[in-house]
Design a protein around this ligand. Structure first.
Ligand SMILES: [Ca+2]
Length: 499
């Protein structure tokens, strides 16, 4: 080897070693994901809201990095969880909506299966919602330990004693594949049980690397909470008593985050544990004791989307932008608010990258990226993890390029809309007529992405998918909007009698 070559390789070696030191600790950390259900952007204290109380979640934000623009991949439960557990746009796997057919196929290695392959002891507590057939349940999809109800929403005070006996939102709670003691027989509240089980898992596995996924039912319907939480919120300044009740459910959720933090700290694991906290989608429309109630922006009485437009189910910010925090003392900067958009599907790539893994061992590659170099400042501050972002659920869709967002929502005038999120994060001023060329270019970019996605496993095809994009067909935005406006203004035909 020539001297010059030696020097060059020695230098590059030093360079890569220091890079590893900054973003890849010698021992890969434990990883904990805490997922809330239906908690809106306005439902955490650290976003600046004083009509909610979340001291433990705020502690994560204060001691870690919170994301001003933290997005989920879908605005409803199932597909959002699929994005988290696969590290990719769930539509690539044919997963578009809630439903029993929608699962992560076994041909795709999921987050837990990756962590298990990397030598982690894997545990899950709570709501699975990624398939209910035996082969798709958590204990057959990469988790060494499971406690919880694999179904969707669940009663907080009662669970069922056998699998055939299921009433509305009352299902069995399982422990490692076997039905566990019903929670009412233990006099328990589901949110507290999940927090206690999570703390137990951490205590029991403190001496080996672990991956823990805690998916709460809180703060999804049904509206149930112990009075003791409401007692603690007597002085909370709320505009409506339903908000106080909701805040009680959030406080129980926050206590369970406290139980997890305590267990991590007591076992001396703080500096070797990466914790993500997030919600699976934004505020549901029309929550209240009497369901359903239609409410508009600014008039929500329970969960709150803050200043954002839209709700759960929409591709507006209110459906997609959620509380998101990454916490890892000593490695992730404390008290930082990361400004650029990130997505829930970035968590899996970030976690496995700590062990040097860059893609699943089986199946499609990630759409998400390793966030650590971005949030630790290794990458230039102006470099975004994602320049282009896409969403599709039924007929609702959106594309974001930089700060521009083009979207179509069924709950709107049903025209294609364009917003500049840097100037107008609340999506109040539609700029589609002002910037027709930009709108058209973004629609084309969306169609290019959308038209190559896998078919929905349910067989449902979005009515507005441009399936002939590759053959040169273009969706003409201004023409589409003119026709939509004409449809809206056309007098409604009178209903014929006798039918
Ligand atoms: Ca949800």
């Amino acid at each position: 080897m020539h001297m010059h070559d030696f020097k060059t390789s020695a230098l590059s070696l030093i360079g890569s070693v220091s890079l590893i030191a900054a973003s890849q600790a010698a021992t890969p950390p434990n990883v904990i994901i805490v997922l809330a259900d239906d908690q809106g952007y306005g439902d955490v204290g650290f976003h600046g809201f004083d009509d909610i109380r979340t001291p433990n979640i705020d502690k994560l934000a204060k001691g870690g990095t919170s994301f001003a623009q933290g997005y989920v991949t879908a605005s409803v439960c199932g597909p959002s969880r699929c994005g988290i557990m696969s590290g990719m746009h769930q539509q690539r796997l044919g997963y578009y909506g809630n439903g029993p057919l929608s699962v992560i196929p076994h041909s795709q290695q999921n987050f837990a299966e990756m962590m298990k392959e990397l030598g982690y002891h894997t545990g899950m507590i709570g709501k699975w919602h990624l398939g209910e057939t035996e082969d798709q349940l958590p204990w057959n999809r990469g988790f060494d330990f499971y406690y919880g109800s694999p179904t969707g929403s669940h009663d907080y005070f009662k669970s069922s004693a056998n699998a055939d006996e299921t009433r509305k939102a009352i299902f069995p709670v399982y422990r490692n594949g076997k039905i566990d003691t019903p929670i009412q027989e233990r006099g328990d509240y589901l949110t507290e049980v999940y927090g206690d089980e999570a703390a137990d898992f951490i205590n029991e596995n403190k001496d080996r690397p672990f991956f823990l996924y805690v998916a709460h039912n809180a703060v999804h319907f049904p509206w149930q909470v112990h009075d003791k939480y409401l007692e603690r919120l007597k002085d909370l300044p709320v505009h409506h008593e339903e908000r106080r009740f909701f805040a009680g459910m959030v406080l129980a959720l926050d206590d369970s985050v406290g139980a997890i933090l305590d267990a991590v700290e007591k076992n001396g694991l703080s500096e070797n544990t990466l914790i993500f906290y997030l919600s699976d989608n934004g505020t549901p429309r029309g929550q209240g004791f009497k369901q359903p109630k239609q409410k508009e922006r600014g008039t929500t009485t329970m969960s709150s989307p803050g200043d954002f437009n839209g709700f759960k189910g929409d591709t507006y910010e209110g459906g997609l932008r959620v509380p998101l925090v990454a916490y890892w003392p000593g490695t992730i900067p404390a008290g930082q608010v990361y400004p650029h958009p990130v997505v829930s599907f970035d968590m899996a790539p970030t976690a496995v990258a700590r062990s040097g893994m860059t893609k699943p061992s089986k199946g499609l590659p990630f759409d998400g990226v390793d966030l650590l170099p971005y949030i630790t400042g290794e990458k230039p501050a102006n470099e975004r993890p994602h320049q282009n972002m896409f969403w599709r659920r039924d007929n609702d869709y959106a594309i974001r390029q930089g700060d521009w967002k083009l979207c179509w929502n069924s709950r709107s005038d049903q025209t294609i809309e364009l917003y500049n999120l840097a100037e107008d994060p609340g999506e109040r001023v539609d700029l589609v007529n002002k910037y027709p060329e930009r709108a058209q270019q973004m629609q084309d970019a969306f169609d290019a992405w959308d038209s190559q996605l896998a078919e929905n496993v349910t067989g449902k095809v979005p009515a507005n998918r441009n399936v002939k994009y590759a053959e040169g067909k273009r969706t003409n935005v201004s023409q589409f909007n003119t026709q939509a406006a004409e449809r809206k203004n056309r007098p409604q035909p009178k209903k014929r009698k006798g039918k």
